[in-house]
Write a protein that binds this ligand. Structure first.
Ligand SMILES: [Zn+2]
Length: 285
């Protein structure tokens, strides 16, 4: 289950594709900017470090193109960011260290990146030869102005895991994690189990009722024949954001729950009200 490198090795990926058709260059550019802005919002929400760079129109052609790149040492692309003129671009070759726009050679940063999205303003490159016309004023055929936009959906998943994870733990962005919380009840037959009979399920219901975003977003790991330790390791490999362990402290008048926030190192003992506050304040749902 070790995720490193394996996921990015796949050459096949699911892509979200979109094409736009406008009646003139200006409105095509407006559409292009609108789509780019919504891509920006998607990547901002993922909370990944990304750069949007001027792309190479390359084989696809057109007049303008942008790439969305996650910053990652294992990335195959080389991204140059110029601090003199704020220009960013995907370099043809990694040993280039000169800003193509202003010529700056020292105040530049070259990093590896993983391409996760690409937008093209195509102009009439395809619509003209394919005669994609509309009838304009006086019923004269006019050529359509096109844009093309892609997000590598499965590549985004793989790249997030690749960038955020460690050798033993999968880490997802909060908005992509399959489940935010896992609750680990004590092993069957243990003394902790005797004193916490209904606790795991009650906590599950309490969290769901208190935080709407946790509805259908919690797993109760009731493989009670396995030790807590074993299920804890599985939880880290699955990538839940929060691992809540039920133990002897979770019984009695003032029950406390062991909260392991996988983005932090300390484990916390919290009441169920404090648990809800903590999750609300620290999670991007
Ligand atoms: Zn520059």
């Amino acid at each position: 289950m070790k995720p490193r490198f394996g996921l990015m090795r796949g050459r096949e990926f699911v892509m979200k594709d979109m094409y736009s058709f406008d009646t003139d260059e200006t409105s095509a550019k407006d559409t292009y900017n609108e789509i780019c802005a919504s891509y920006d919002r998607i990547f901002d929400k993922l909370d990944m470090e990304y750069v949007k760079v001027l792309g190479d129109t390359g084989d696809i052609g057109g007049t303008l193109s942008h790439e969305y790149q996650f910053k990652a040492p294992i990335g195959e692309d080389c991204i140059l960011s110029c601090n003199s003129c704020t220009f960013s671009a995907n370099l043809e070759v990694c040993h280039e260290r000169k800003c193509p726009k202003c010529g700056e050679e020292n105040n530049v940063l070259v990093q590896n990146g993983i391409e996760v999205g690409h937008t093209f303003l195509l102009g009439d490159k395809y619509s003209k030869p394919l005669k994609a016309f509309y009838l304009g004023k006086n019923s004269k055929p006019q050529v359509l102005h096109m844009g093309s936009y892609g997000l590598g959906l499965s590549r985004i998943l793989a790249a997030c895991v690749e960038v955020l994870s460690t050798d033993t733990d999968i880490v997802w962005p909060d908005v992509l994690v399959p489940y935010s919380v896992v609750i680990l009840p004590p092993k069957a037959g243990s003394k902790e189990e005797q004193v916490t009979k209904d606790v795991p399920e009650n906590l599950y219901n309490y969290l769901e009722d208190s935080v709407p975003s946790l509805r259908d977003n919690i797993v109760l790991d009731d493989r009670l024949s396995l030790t807590i330790g074993r299920r804890y390791l599985d939880a880290k490999r699955t990538g839940y954001r929060y691992i809540i362990v039920i133990n002897e402290k979770s019984s009695g008048d003032k029950p406390l729950y062991e909260l392991n926030d996988t983005k932090e190192t300390d484990r916390l003992y919290l009441s169920q009200e404090e648990l809800v506050d903590y999750i609300r304040q620290n999670t991007k749902f």
